[in-house]
Design a binder for this molecule. Structure first.
Ligand SMILES: Cc1cc2nc3c(=O)[nH]c(=O)nc-3n(C[C@H](O)[C@H](O)[C@H](O)COP(=O)(O)OP(=O)(O)OC[C@H]3O[C@@H](n4cnc5c(N)ncnc54)[C@H](O)[C@@H]3O)c2cc1C
Length: 537
């Protein structure tokens, strides 16, 4: 038989092998290039001691996740920790408090439903160390609901970065032909090229609205991008494209956990806060609730906080508290104050918990993102997963819902926001038309970290610029990509590590997703210049 008769068969075998082995090989390559999706940020020297032998007084200002991480870590290592919290409860934006609902009835409420993603490596370790990582449930499916009935739904999608982008197309979020057209084709690459220095230098002055206009996002992708962007409490014209690229890198393109997250089935107080308070007490830390820090002074020996002396301070309030404390602080250099002066919160956000006499239709996960008409960005069906809320609906019928608006239009009064949230609920779920609100808890706040245009350059880092004073909070500029709860927890570890290092003690390990994107450092197509304000390709 002539040798060339084998050629077609060889080609077929090669194609088959390529088809079978290609994706696994490519997945392996991506995983290796992305350092198995997890990198150590610091080196922990096991030969160093773990605990202090002498006294050292540390004030932790603010008891959110960042402050609690720092306070618990330092208290465990022998520091004399005092935690000052303005609220009457711990937890900050993860805090919760009880409200009366009627004779013999009460309910825990919080600042809002929270999603815990698979790449929250530091938070996961912190909660694990407290034994509070049990009692979580997977959301199962990520759903974005449009008013017209259009939906984006994806559950167990392929999770390997890049493959997960292709899987979105297969799930109907976009069509290949829409993104293969110029200039979208040349501009979308920015999401795979995250590199802190380059990305912020190039795109921190570009808004997501500009990106949207230039790429002419197809409707499905626009819906997904818009809702993702709004989860950072910002309208599209204010949100920095660099922050959005960082978020995409962090949540989707640097790790294989996917967007299907977990949530606790119990309220935050029994789930997290009671064990955290117990841990602080066990290690001798003092917790001052309902104690707003109104004065901070740098002294020759250290600091005074509300007049009491401390050797070290961790500033872990929210952005509003940090700005106020630092700009009014005594003995703090003007250039440090100037940096804190630039810290401003994002837009207002609203959270409305309602106990109503009608129920919304079944068939959705407990948390659903909505393509807002005017205000409604997401809603949660508490009675479908939380024990207390389920008990309430067993007794009274109806539903316990929470409605979110992440970037409230400035022109709306609080009453108008509430009205619009309730009206929009009916637009998405006409079956509850005519419902009666039996109880409600309405919150309208402006204390969320802004991820707006041009802000990154001024963001304080762990080292505040004042010796002995460290910053922690989701507003701190970290040396690795992290967002929201994970950024808060990681920043708490970094602040604690600064004090541990200074005392000659072993640091806590801190981990991150890879610092750079899969295609960081690759040559830029000329069309990228479109993204530079006033630029032409
Ligand atoms: C509605 C909503 C939904 C969210 N959903 C998610 C989500 O799904 N996933 C996610 O990862 N993140 C989510 N987040 C964000 C997350 O809650 C925050 O990123 C995180 O909790 C911030 O923690 P922190 O410790 O940095 O700050 P905070 O939680 O704001 O804590 C700061 C603390 O400082 C206190 N304080 C302020 N000023 C003073 C003062 N002068 N003296 C003493 N104390 C002071 C405050 O009372 C507060 O307790 C959401 C936030 C909101 C509001």
């Amino acid at each position: 038989m002539p040798w060339f008769w084998w050629l077609p068969l060889t080609v077929v075998v090669l194609i088959l092998l390529g088809w079978l082995l290609g994706p696994p090989l490519l997945r392996g390559f991506i995983k290796r290039r992305l350092q198995h999706y997890r990198v150590a940020v610091n080196v922990v020297d096991p030969s160093l001691p773990t605990a202090l032998t002498g006294p050292r007084r540390v004030a932790v200002l603010g008891g959110g996740v960042a402050g609690l991480t720092a306070a618990i870590t330092l208290a465990r290592r022998g520091f004399q920790v005092e935690l000052f919290e303005a609220n009457e409860y711990l937890g900050g934006k993860l805090g919760s408090w009880k409200v009366p609902l009627g004779p013999g009835e009460a309910a825990w409420v919080s600042h809002g439903f929270h999603a815990f993603f698979a790449n929250y490596y530091n938070l996961d370790r912190f909660l694990g160390s407290l034994g509070t990582r049990d009692g979580f449930q997977s959301i199962g499916e990520y759903v974005i609901l449009g008013t017209t009935g259009a939906q984006v739904r994806f559950g167990k999608l392929e999770t390997t970065p890049v493959f997960n982008l292709l899987a979105l197309a297969r799930a109907g979020v976009y069509r290949f032909r829409d993104v293969l057209k110029a200039p979208a084709r040349d501009l979308f690459g920015v999401f795979l090229e995250y590199d802190a220095k380059e990305t912020f230098a190039r795109y921190d002055a570009v808004s997501f609205a500009d990106f949207d206009r230039l790429t002419q996002l197809p409707p499905g992708l626009k819906l997904a991008f818009n809702t993702f962007a709004r989860a950072f409490f910002s309208d599209e014209d204010k949100l920095s494209l660099a922050e959005l690229i960082k978020s995409f890198h962090f949540y989707y393109l640097s790790q294989d956990g996917g967007l299907v997250y977990e949530y606790p089935v119990h309220d935050y107080e029994p789930q997290f806060l009671a064990p955290m308070r117990a841990e602080l007490e066990r290690h001798g830390a003092k917790v001052h609730l309902s104690t707003k820090v109104s004065s901070l002074a740098k002294t020759a020996e250290g600091f005074t906080v509300n007049g009491a002396p401390f050797e070290r301070v961790v500033l872990s309030t929210d952005i509003v508290g940090a700005r106020s404390i630092m700009t009014n602080a005594v003995g703090v250099p003007d250039e440090v104050k100037a940096r804190f002066e630039k810290l401003v919160p994002g837009q207002r956000y609203a959270v409305l918990r309602i106990w109503i006499d009608k129920d919304v239709r079944e068939g959705y996960p407990p948390f659903v993102i909505t393509d807002r008409v005017k205000v409604l960005d997401a809603f949660t069906t508490y009675h479908r997963f939380e024990h207390e809320a389920a008990e309430w609906t067993k007794r009274h019928g109806g539903a316990v819902l929470e409605l979110h608006c992440y970037a409230v239009p400035e022109a709306l009064t609080p009453d108008e926001v509430k009205r619009a949230l309730l009206d929009e609920l009916v637009q998405f779920f006409p079956e509850v038309k005519g419902f009666t609100v039996k109880h409600e808890v309405f919150q309208l706040n402006r204390n969320f970290t802004a991820f707006h245009l041009g802000m990154n350059a001024h963001r304080p880092e762990t080292d505040s610029g004042v010796p002995g004073l460290c910053c922690a909070g989701d507003w701190v500029k970290l040396p690795f990509p992290a967002m929201l709860l994970e950024a808060a927890c990681a920043s708490g570890y970094l602040a604690a590590n600064t004090l541990l290092r200074e005392a000659g003690l072993q640091e806590e390990p801190v981990q991150s997703v890879p610092l750079r994107g899969l295609m960081a450092g690759m040559p830029q197509p000329p069309a990228r210049k479109l993204l530079v304000p006033g630029g032409t390709p």
